[in-house]
Design a protein around this ligand. Structure first.
Ligand SMILES: Nc1nc2c(ncn2[C@@H]2O[C@H](COP(=O)(O)OP(=O)(O)OP(=O)(O)O)[C@@H](O)[C@H]2O)c(=O)[nH]1
Ligand SMILES: [Mg+2]
Length: 314
């Protein structure tokens, strides 16, 4: 396996999975040369033929996102598509369990050469998790995956920011996860292209479906009204309808919804640039500050605002 990002990229493109894994790690950590390697990759995401479908899956912890993702993988494999999954773990380094759970749920695909599953953790990224997710999706895109699924817990703006990389966002809720007002508060209503009330084998699903459908209808604009489904990922019921809605959303962005998609991608490109220069600026500031000043800052002898103003470019 080559060691530098550029040759890793070409090996990954020719189907070397170990090279791909290595490249993703380089990209995740922004190793020297990783940005350039990503920038040199051909982006297929033009919505033209051969362009992948990037699906974001988000929702409250434990809603069934991974179980649903597993169903989507199986359906795509049955269609002969190659699938990559990026499981983003925004939580602390101490909660490795969630990712392990994800791994186990998708376990049946680990021997399938047409499926690539990768976890991204928040460790060491600062605010750069959506930057990392965006760049990794770019790598997977270039490697020719037909379906790229990005799973992340939908709590907090940082995590929802990860969803900006997706073409279509599936929001997974459950009867237990409460009402549509709560979803609205979490910002899930604005980002959802398709809703699924999972665990519909439990009571309360129909009421939440009706409530969500109403909320979606009232807030609808821009030509796409997010369909609301009930499903049980565990039992496999309702999954096909959700997959069909995701396909319909993709058909919409290729057709009449194209300006919406183009605007989203354009915003995403600006945000990636800001994330990159933001990370660089933080790193440079930490390098520049001397030990005495840092000690003064920590001890309260100098205010953060004054210190920031002092190092601001004129
Ligand atoms: N009853 C029921 N349980 C389900 C269903 N789908 C998933 N579960 C269970 O819910 C639990 C959480 O499922 P996951 O797929 O790991 O949920 P998740 O949203 O990925 O969880 P995190 O990634 O940890 O936030 C597991 O025990 C699943 O077996 C469903 O349709 N019905
Ligand atoms: Mg999960």
């Amino acid at each position: 396996v080559p060691a530098n990002p550029a040759s890793l990229a070409s090996a990954a493109l020719s189907g070397d999975r170990r090279a791909l894994a290595r490249l993703v790690s380089f990209v995740e950590n922004r190793a020297p040369g990783a940005d350039q390697a990503v920038a040199s990759l051909a982006a297929r995401r033009s919505l033209g033929p051969g362009s992948p479908h990037v699906v974001g899956v988000t929702g409250p912890p434990g809603a069934g996102k991974s179980t649903f993702t597993e169903r989507l993988i199986s359906a795509a494999r049955a269609r002969g598509e190659r699938v990559a999954v990026v499981a983003v773990d925004p939580s602390s380094p101490f909660s490795g369990g969630a990712i392990l759970g994800d791994r186990l749920r998708m376990d049946r695909h680990t021997l399938d050469a047409g499926v690539y599953i990768r976890s991204l953790s928040a460790r060491g990224h600062g605010g750069g998790l959506s930057r990392a997710a965006g760049q990794v999706v770019r790598v997977l895109d270039a490697c020719g995956y037909d379906l790229v699924i990005v799973e992340t817990v939908g709590v907090g703006q940082g995590e929802l920011g990860v969803m900006e990389v997706a073409d279509s966002v599936l929001v997974v809720l459950t009867p237990e996860s409460g009402d549509s007002v709560q979803a609205m508060k979490a910002g899930l209503l604005e980002i959802a292209d398709v809703f699924v009330v999972n665990k519909a084998d439990r009571p309360g699903a129909d009421a939440l479906v009706r409530e969500l459908a109403m909320a979606v209808h009232l807030g609808a604009g821009g030509g796409w009204e997010a369909p609301v489904h009930a499903a049980s990922a565990l039992g496999g019921t309702g999954v096909d309808a959700v997959a069909a809605s995701l396909a319909a959303h993709r058909a919409w962005i290729v057709g009449p919804g194209r300006p919406t998609w183009v605007a989203r991608r354009a915003d995403g490109r600006v945000r990636t640039w800001l994330d990159l220069v933001g990370d660089d600026a933080r790193e440079a500031a930490m390098k520049r500050i001397d030990a005495g000043t840092l000690a003064d800052l920590r001890a309260g002898r100098v205010e953060p605002e004054l210190l920031a103003a002092r190092s601001r470019p004129a």
